[in-house]
Design a protein. Structure first.
Length: 489
């Protein structure tokens, strides 16, 4: 007996039938193209006429239907629920075995389910005994990896600028704020003031990032919880503190020797950083991580993922995702990153999402996929809709004549990444006279029309196209230039 019935419109029928084969379910196609046009009575009549004597334990409607499926349930006397909004998510939703709703699309429920499972896994990990603490953060095997976000060249910033950068990192998912020094300079006093200021304002662990022992000691004196980095050349001059963690790196001496030397000098809470090298030495450096983990199961390690992300011209989302998976596999405790260039904008948030996925996957003993939340941005798992227009006359759109200026005046469109805004600046007779801004292209375009700032359909179509492109670039954190062609592969 088939227990599941899937309801669909005509356009999504092929994708639903594909899912039905995997789920061993029946399909009922409503006499409409898209799910939004399905009505309660239409669905009830179609189900009654197509099911006959069948009695399904569950009837799943598209998540986009505009009614409470409980209204259909009263008419057909069978349990009715909303499924996902998109047919491509049907299999994942059903197999997740979550409690479905009669009013809310199932993909929303699935996302919350995934986050709940993550919270459960994180809470379970936090009950373990740590190797030691960095501030209040537990560090050690089995704990979720913590993100260190570096404020690069911190002495060049004012306290307010450093605080703004730190708050942005924390809102993106960072756990520790790293105050970065300037190589070859001694900015001990400035670094100490910044560390003390950030500790006071943020109440989160702060690290001092320098090889200069004077700067390191100044940071420790100001309250730094973590030191980047100890090596053979500076450890003899760095202050040892029981409440401070230290990251050791290789230099003229191998990492193992530096760790032994640091222990002899009285350093506790030591973290190993074998150094993740950029391409084309990344593989070799990963072998150092693997080698250390093989001989020392408990030693906390750090991985500076920014070394790879910055030095490859590939989208940071995928690179961060892969590096996060490797870090979780190697049980790396700390990942250091920054957003010091346009192409790495958003790396902290990407790394946080990737680590959450991989940590949950490892906790569940599965792969970091189909967890109900993901790191997909430019691509997705679903095939999208494909409408059958065979037999309909096709007209090829030819290049249009030169653009005619709208008498109402032009717009200059750009992005404000700091505030997450699309900015549309209108030009009048004597320069800019109005700015329309928002995070949604539709709202911005409707405001432009409502205020009478556009008078031609050609200009309106152009603005709609450019505003939508600007919104896409905002979401992708990609630099946007008005009228530039979208650069893809």
């Amino acid at each position: 007996m088939v227990e599941l019935l899937l309801i669909t419109g005509r356009l999504a029928e092929p994708e639903v039938r594909k899912a039905a084969v995997e789920l061993r379910s029946d399909v009922a196609v409503m006499p409409v193209d898209v799910a939004q046009f399905i009505t309660v009575n239409m669905a009830a009549d179609a189900i009654k006429s197509s099911t006959g004597d069948s009695n399904y334990s569950k009837i799943i409607f598209p998540g986009l239907v505009q009614f409470d499926t409980g209204d259909v349930e009263k008419l057909v006397k069978m349990p009715c629920f909303k499924g996902p909004r998109y047919a491509s998510d049907l299999t994942e939703v059903i197999r997740a075995n979550i409690r479905l709703s009669q009013t809310e699309p199932a993909d929303f429920l699935l996302e919350r389910h995934g986050k709940a499972r993550l919270m459960e896994a994180l809470a379970k990990a936090e009950n373990k005994k740590p190797e030691f603490l960095i501030g209040s953060l537990k560090i050690g095997q089995g704990f979720p990896p913590r993100i260190i976000a570096e404020i690069v060249d911190a002495p060049l910033l004012t306290k307010e600028q450093a605080l703004e950068r730190a708050q942005y990192y924390l809102s993106s998912g960072a756990d520790i704020i790293d105050v970065g020094a300037i190589a070859g300079e001694d900015n001990s006093a400035k670094l100490a003031k910044l560390v003390a200021f950030l500790k006071q304002k943020l109440r989160v662990p702060v690290s001092i990032d320098s090889l200069n022992p004077k700067e390191i000691n100044a940071g420790i004196g100001a309250g730094a919880d973590l030191v980047l980095s100890l090596c053979s050349e500076n450890m003899g001059s760095v202050e040892t503190r029981q409440d401070v963690a230290y990251i050791a790196i290789p230099d003229s001496e191998p990492l193992g020797e530096n760790l032994k030397s640091a222990e002899k000098l009285g350093f506790k809470n030591l973290i190993a950083d074998p150094i993740l090298s950029p391409p084309f030495k990344t593989t070799e450096s990963l072998l150092h991580y693997k080698g250390l983990r093989t001989v020392d199961q408990k030693r906390p390690m750090m991985m500076g993922v920014g070394n790879v992300v910055e030095l490859i011209d590939a989208d940071s989302t995928g690179v961060n995702g892969l590096l996060a998976a490797m870090a979780v596999e190697l049980d790396v405790s700390l990942l250091l990153t920054t957003e010091n260039s346009s192409k790495t904008r958003g790396s902290v948030k990407e790394l946080k999402r990737a680590l959450d996925m991989c940590f949950l996957a490892r906790s569940l003993g599965t792969q970091p996929k189909d967890l109900s939340f993901d790191l997909l941005m430019a691509k997705g798992k679903g095939p999208g809709e494909n409408v059958d227009v065979s037999g309909v006359k096709a007209v090829v759109a030819e290049p249009s004549p030169a653009f005619t200026m709208d008498p109402k005046g032009p717009f200059t469109i750009f992005l404000d990444f700091k505030r997450g805004r699309i900015i549309a600046a209108h030009s009048g007779n004597s320069g800019y006279d109005m700015v329309i801004e928002g995070d949604d292209a539709e709202f911005v375009s409707k405001k432009i029309i409502k205020d009478g700032l556009v008078s031609s359909l050609e200009h309106a179509a152009y603005l709609g196209r450019e505003l939508e492109k600007a919104e896409l670039f905002l979401k992708l954190r990609k630099g946007y230039v008005q009228d530039d062609e979208f650069e893809g592969i």
